[in-house]
Design a binder for this molecule. Sequence first.
Ligand code: TYM
Length: 333
Amino acid sequence: MQRVFSGIQPSGIPTLGNYLGAIRNWVPMMADHECIYCVVDQHAITVWQDPKELARQTREMAAALIACGVTPDKCTLFVQSHVPAHTRLAWIFNCVARIGWLNRMTQFKDKAGKDRENAGAGLYVYPNLMAADIHAYHATRVPVGEDQKQHLELANDIAQKFNHDYGVDFFPNIEPMIQGVAARVMSLRDGTRKMSKSDPSDQSRINLTDDADAIALKIRRAKTDPEPLPGEAAGLEGRPEARNLVGILAAITGVTPAEVLRQHEGQGFGSFKTVLTDALVAHLGPIQAEMQRLLDDPAAVDAELRKGSDKASAIAEPIVNRAEELVGFLPRR
Ligand code: TYM
């Protein structure tokens, strides 16, 4: 059985982008893969996080994942900082990865902005920690949204260089699994930018916890263009906002964008937005209710995460111990 690894940052409430691009794809994989899913709090602090908020958001993220169907009994669900193997391997990878490779990471350039000298060093070496997350488990499949593709290519480069430098065939190649029409859900305010937890405008995203009124308002205000919907996908060319809303409805209702266009051809966005709002409210309502139920008993969520970190450590410790031996560290015992 192939081993799957994926992670999500608890840097805010999960968005519809996180849900459609990643979380929703994590669930069916649990049927025929050994799945390891991680709330990556160490990644989150590569940009400033209020400590109390981070702890709360980490638990909320775990509850959100469970509510979406990432059932702890059927996978390994845990918090990154609870398993020290990740940072031990990340240090080795900091020494394997080349600065030139990191300089090419577009996400660093986006997140660091113009004042790069002032960005945290952790933000720069972040992809090395992400590579370690995956390779600490010898995972071979990684379900993510489109924006993580470059990081996964780097994770393969690091594994190959490690294997080459130490003359071993130790870390396997990983296969990104970027699925579906919603691999890149865009901002509701600007169809050329991805929907993100960290966008300063809450109007740019649907949060998994938004109630019906918030969803209705955000969709009503979502940027569109004055043209009616075309009959086929080619007609969405050069209309990023229209393409995005069509993609969201397709993903949430489980049909293709072509089918959505067939059903709504010639309509303006007024009626389309009502249909989209209703579909989102119907889909997210049960998830929100389950998330609230879980958060009413935070100790139970924490207990699941503790069990998860024990299971994760049992897999990662021997792999990272071996990696350290290959590097030449004196064995721990
Ligand atoms: P993060 O927390 O930014 O996002 C979690 C997952 O959601 C996907 N995603 C999207 N998909 C479609 N449209 C969007 N607008 C959108 N926004 C986010 C992301 O692609 C991701 O799959 N570096 C990762 C977390 C991570 C990780 C890992 C992932 C750490 N270690 C190891 C895989 C394997 C991140 O910041 O994801």
